[in-house]
Design a protein around this ligand. Structure first.
Ligand SMILES: [Zn+2]
Length: 140
């Protein structure tokens, strides 16, 4: 799948964001190694710490359906009222990086974008965002 399409699906997922406290709306689209896509949005909670990020929302949906090999993820996030030129790159938080690491294929790609235009998409590997990480093979 084209990375622009994955970003487009993340932007679409952002529309489902439940973020009445921060108004920071985040969307993610996760591509499995088998070619399936799972979308997720951030879901806040009145008990702030109980909220969950868009990336883990998407990952949980994938795992629930038996998908445990993640190839790529696109993440977008900006304030509800942000004008296009005010959008910033919303990188996955530390917890999400570790959560994705559990199911990441070697070289898993992470796209962080402010629009689906090629020039607005930054591309990383999960290893770049979480170097020297701890994973399942350390316990097996
Ligand atoms: Zn997160």
């Amino acid at each position: 799948m084209d990375k622009k399409e994955l970003v487009r699906l993340a932007i679409e997922a952002r529309e489902s964001s439940y973020s009445p406290y921060s108004n920071f709306r985040v969307g993610a689209a996760l591509l499995t190694s088998g070619g399936k896509v799972y979308q997720g949005c951030n879901v806040e909670n009145a008990s702030y710490g109980a909220g969950i990020c868009a990336e883990r929302n998407a990952a949980l949906r994938a795992v629930f359906e038996g998908e445990k090999r993640f190839a790529e993820i696109a993440v977008v996030g900006w304030h509800r009222d942000a004008k296009p030129e005010e959008r910033g790159y919303a990188f996955p938080c530390g917890i999400c990086r570790q959560f994705l690491r559990e199911f990441a294929v070697p070289g898993m790609k992470v796209y962080v974008a402010v629009s689906e235009k090629e020039a607005d998409i930054r591309e990383y590997t999960l290893e770049q965002l979480l170097p020297e990480s701890f994973g399942p093979e350390d316990l097996l």
